[in-house]
Design a protein around this ligand. Sequence first.
Ligand SMILES: NC(=O)C1=CN([C@@H]2O[C@H](COP(=O)(O)OP(=O)(O)OC[C@H]3O[C@@H](n4cnc5c(N)ncnc54)[C@H](O)[C@@H]3O)[C@@H](O)[C@H]2O)C=CC1
Ligand SMILES: O=C(O)CCC(=O)C(=O)O
Length: 531
Amino acid sequence: MKVLVSDNLGEIGIQMLQKADGIDVDVKTGLAPEELKSIIGDYDALVIRSATKVTEDLLQTAGRLKVVGRAGIGLDNVDIAAASKRGVVVMNTPTGNVVTTAEHAIAMMLALSRNIPRGTATLKAGKWDKKKLQGREIFNKVIGVVGFGKIGSIVADRARGLKMQVIVHDPFVTPERIEKDGFEAVSLDELYRRSDYITVHVPKLKDTIGFINRGAFDKMKDGVMLVNCARGGIVNEADLYDAMKSGKVAGAALDVFETEPPENSPLFELENFICTPHLGASTKEAQTNVAVAIAQQIIDYLTTGTIVNAVNVPSVTGDLLAKLRPFLALGDRMGCLMSQLICGPVKGVTIEYMGDFQGLDLSPVSTAIIKGLLTPMVKDMVNSVNAPIIAKDRGIKVSETTSADAEDYLNLIRLTTETTEMSVSLAGTVFGKNDPRIVKINNFRLEMTPHGHSAIIHNLDRPGAIGSIGMTLGKNNINIGRMQVGQEQVGHGEDGDRNIIFLETDTPIPPEVIEELRNLPLVKVVIPLEL
Ligand SMILES: NC(=O)C1=CN([C@@H]2O[C@H](COP(=O)(O)OP(=O)(O)OC[C@H]3O[C@@H](n4cnc5c(N)ncnc54)[C@H](O)[C@@H]3O)[C@@H](O)[C@H]2O)C=CC1
Ligand SMILES: O=C(O)CCC(=O)C(=O)O
C-alpha cells in the first residue's frame, strides 16, 4: 500500500505511517495540481490538510486511491461527492484541533480589542502610539457565537470564563441543549442586534457561503467587532470592507479568506483589520493530535478495513466491526446470490432485519447487501462507499424494515428484489458466531453455505432425480464438495412436489454440463452460481 502525504503533516504521523507494516510513505508537499495529478495514480491513500485540492479532475486519475485522510476538520477542499462516486473513503479528524482553534478565536478577539498587532508594529517602527491605541474591555460585553458545534461551544465556554455575556445561534441545535450548557439561544437577527462581538463557527456550506454580508452587517449593532476563524467566504470580504469603512464594524479579525493566500486584499489597508494566515489549528498540540489521529485511521483502514471518522460512509470501529463482520459477510453473499437469481433491471430492494441483532446499527450490512447485488452489474466500480449512490443512480429503491419475529431463528435477514420481470426473496442467518447461511430461497427451505462454485437446481421430488444429477456431474469429472436438498413449502408448512438442490463443486460447472443437467427429465431449473 502506498501513501502520499501532500501537505505538512506532524512528523509523528509520518513516523507512524513509516513504521506500519506493508505501508510505503512518500511526503511531497507544495505540489502544483498538475504535478499531483501526474503521480496520484500510484497511491492507495492521500493525506492532506487544507492546501491540497482533491477535485473530480484529480480523482479521475487516482485509479488506486482508496482513502483521503484530512488531518483536521474542514473538508471544503475535497469533492466528497466525486470521491464517493469513485468509492474513495474520505475521513477527517474532528476533535484534534478544536481547543486550539477556539483559543485562536479568543486570541483574535483580545488582540483586536487591545490593538496588539498595531501596538507591536508601531513600536517596532520606533513609535510610542499609546494614545491612538486605546482599546476596549471585553468584560460584560455581549458575544454572539454563530454555530454551536465543537469549536463554537468551546469558544462560548471560554468567553463565559472571561465574564462575557454569551448568546448563541445555531438552527440545528435545540435551544434546550444550548440553555442546558448555560447559554442563551437566540435568533440570528437578535444575535446581530445585541452582540458587541460576533464570532463565526459554522462549516462552509451552500447556505453559509457569504451569509455574513451587507444585509447582515446592516442588522448589527454599531461598532461591532467580527471574528472569523471558520472558513473563508462565510464572511463576504467586499461587504466587510464597506462596513468597516463606514464605521459600522469597528474591527474585524480573519484567520481565513475567500482566496488563500489572499492577494492585495483591500482589507489590508484598514488599521482596525487584523489577520492570521489560517493559523487556527496551528499549535504543536493540535498538529500532534491530528497527525496521530489521521495516521492511525489510515493505517487501520488500509490494514484492517476499519473505518473511523469517515464522512461518506458509516464509521465502523474495530469493536463494532468484530460484531458486524458475520452479518456483513452474510449481507455481501446474499446480495451476490440475489444478483445471480434475478433477471431484468432491478426496480426495488427490501431488506428486513428480523429478531435479535444486539442493538447493532445495521446500515453497513444494508450497504454490503447492495454492494453484493451490484457487483456483477458494475464489477470493480462498486464498493461499500459508493454502493448506495450507484443504486440510487440506477433508480433502485432500497427500503429497510425491522421486526422482532425471526421465525425459527435467532436473527434473520430477508432480502426481496423486484425486477421488471420477477420478484425473488431469500433469507439468511448467522449460525453460531461466524457461520453465514442461506436458509430460504422463495418457497424453498434449505441450509446453504454461500461459498465458491455452486449451482441451484429445482427438480421434481421423484426417485432417481438426485441420482441422475450426481451421475451427470460425475461423468463430466466434476466433484461435488457439498450437497443440500431443500423441500418446497406451499403454505401452512406443507411440502410441495419440488425440491431445491444446492451443490457446491470443486470446479466451475462448464456451460455444456449445465445444459446436460437442464435436459434431465426430472430437472426443471439449473442456475450456476459463483459465490
Ligand atoms: N481556522 C482553522 O484553522 C480551523 C477552522 N475550522 C473550521 O471551523 C468550523 C467549525 O468547526 P466545528 O465546530 O468542528 O464544526 P461542527 O460541525 O462541530 O459545528 C458546526 C456547527 O455549525 C452549525 N451550523 C451549520 N449551519 C449553520 C447556520 N447556517 N447557522 C448557524 N449554525 C450553523 C451546525 O449546526 C454545527 O453545530 C468549520 O468550518 C471548520 O472547517 C476548524 C478547525 C480549524
Ligand atoms: O490544517 C490546518 O492548518 C487548518 C485546519 C482547518 O482549517 C480545519 O481543520 O478545518
